[in-house]
Write a protein that binds this ligand. Structure first.
Ligand code: FAD
Length: 290
């Protein structure tokens, strides 16, 4: 990687950015600020997560429409199926299709305490979407295994089922152990999963929040990571720099291992993702013409 020139790299690498729908005016301003900064990097798509509440879900639909209108980028809504009847999922898909939305991130969603669920897996949602339109469909993958999976092999087969149902790519849960991603990618190939396994990169800015989230999602937090953030509890600026440098190390190794697509969990902030992209040679498209 180090011997590659920037001009070689920038045409080679594709990035995508994930956002969440803002719930307040201030959060909305942060989202647009982040998008303004990241749009010139010409991401392949930008995606917006889907929550549990009706209000949150409306926000996703609204933000997706706005991103398309304001930026011209491919805006990909996340859609979950676990608590939504099939007829409603079909209606959402049709509405998206009619509004020009062509890329959907298809997920099962997490179980919420005290709620009733259908038996849908994400593979069922992929099948429904395939029947409703010629969508570009991304699904989730778990290098360190989904917490509810019976085994790593069962989880791998669940991913294969999503691909067989028509998914075009898998985006991974975030991870810090690059080896776990590389082993998982090899296992996908052995299992006949022939879509791109796009690594999900989470630039850490708050280690305590990360630990809680990693616990819930079965993601290993190596001791070296804790050590890098030790003593920075009251120093967000340094934490952000350290978090970016960790992710930069990660993407450089992945790049060397042939990874060409990266998905960034931006948490609606641009600076770290922008810096990481810069080191990958992903620069504002204006610079390309120079
Ligand atoms: P599935 O692929 O259905 O898998 C769920 C579990 O069921 C796994 O343990 C799997 O091994 C098992 N399984 C699957 N099929 C079968 C089968 N046929 N038989 C037996 N077991 C099976 N959540 C949100 O609520 N909103 C979001 O916007 C969102 N975005 C995400 C984006 C990414 C990139 C990722 C990685 C996750 C996201 N999530 C989101 C979280 C996701 O909804 C949860 O991880 C959820 O628990 C599983 O979703 P899935 O699509 O992977 O489900």
């Amino acid at each position: 990687l180090l011997n590659h020139s920037v001009s070689e790299l920038k045409d080679d690498i594709q990035v995508s950015f994930e956002f969440f729908p803002p719930g307040t005016e201030k959060a909305e301003a942060s989202l647009w600020e982040a998008l303004d900064r990241l749009v010139p990097l010409a991401p392949r798509f930008v995606s917006v997560t889907y929550g549990h509440s009706e209000e949150g879900r409306e926000r996703t639909h609204k933000v997706i429409k706005q991103i398309g209108e304001r930026t011209g980028l491919t805006a990909a809504p996340h859609l979950t199926c676990i608590d939504t009847p099939e007829a409603e999922l079909r209606q959402i898909a049709r509405d998206y299709w009619q509004n020009g939305i062509r890329h959907i991130v298809a997920l099962r969603g997490d179980k919420q305490p005290g709620r009733q669920y259908t038996n849908y897996y994400a593979s069922d949602l992929v099948r429904i979407l395939r029947e409703e339109g010629d969508f570009d469909i991304s699904v989730a993958a778990y290098p360190e295994v989904h917490p509810e999976a019976k085994s790593a092999q069962a989880d791998l087969l669940a991913l294969r089922k999503k691909v067989e149902a028509g998914a075009n790519r898998a985006i991974t849960q975030f991870f810090f152990d690059v080896e776990s991603y590389l082993r998982f990618r090899d296992r996908c190939v052995s299992a006949g999963i022939d879509v791109e396994i796009v690594p999900g990169i989470l630039p850490v800015s708050n280690f305590e929040t990360l630990k809680r989230f990693a616990d819930l999602t079965n993601v290993a937090v190596p001791s070296w990571l804790a050590q890098r953030f030790a003593g920075l509890e009251n120093d967000p600026t340094t934490r952000s720099l350290v978090g970016a440098s960790i992710a930069i190390d990660q993407v450089r190794v992945l790049r060397k291992e042939g990874v060409k697509e990266f998905h960034f969990y931006t948490l609606n902030r641009a600076e770290q993702s922008y810096a990481i992209c810069h080191t990958l040679g992903v620069r504002p498209q204006l610079a390309k013409a120079c």
